[in-house]
Ligand binder design. Structure first.
Ligand code: IDP
Length: 139
């Protein structure tokens, strides 16, 4: 089992001024930050990142949203990181997310839901590699 996950703080949370408190929460929850940067996805890169959703009705909206402004991309480390982090961020739809979860606290809507968290160890590795070179990561 891998102990790393990949996350993004999405454009809505950046715009609404929640990036600092969200990163602080990662640290308080015991995640070690392995890599972190502010960046911006082009529509093409956002489309590539979310290619698995290409056939879904919300794909165009998702690509437009994810390329609409800066994001924070990060690789985080903790025991059982992927599933622990999914629990910390809460359900995709903030209206259905448990109290105290990051999406419940800071998300705007189902589409603009503040944070991304990888859904498997394999995707955590693929997504981390999508954003970071080896030189940009703490060992
Ligand atoms: P996840 O991010 O909780 O793993 P996924 O189903 O993988 O959820 O969807 C990826 C992202 O696509 C969501 O985080 C959200 O931003 C967006 N999304 C998912 N479902 C909808 C929808 O029904 N309408 C608009 N956007 C959606």
């Amino acid at each position: 089992m891998s102990n790393r996950t990949f996350t993004m703080i999405k454009p809505d949370a950046m715009k609404n001024g929640h990036a600092g408190v969200i990163i602080d929460r990662f640290i308080k929850e015991g995640y070690n930050i392995v890599a972190l940067k502010v960046t911006r996805l082009s529509a093409e890169k956002a489309g590539e990142f979310y290619a698995v959703h290409r056939e879904r009705p919300f794909y165009g909206e998702l690509v437009e949203f994810m390329s609409s402004g800066p994001i924070v991309a990060a690789i985080l480390e903790k025991d059982n990181a992927v599933s622990a982090f999914r629990e910390l961020i809460g359900a995709t739809d903030p209206a259905k997310a448990a109290d105290g979860t990051i999406r419940k606290l800071y998300a705007t809507s189902l589409g603009e839901n503040a944070v991304h968290g990888s859904d498997s160890d394999e995707n955590a590795r693929i997504e981390g590699d999508f954003f970071f070179s080896g030189l940009e990561r703490v060992l």
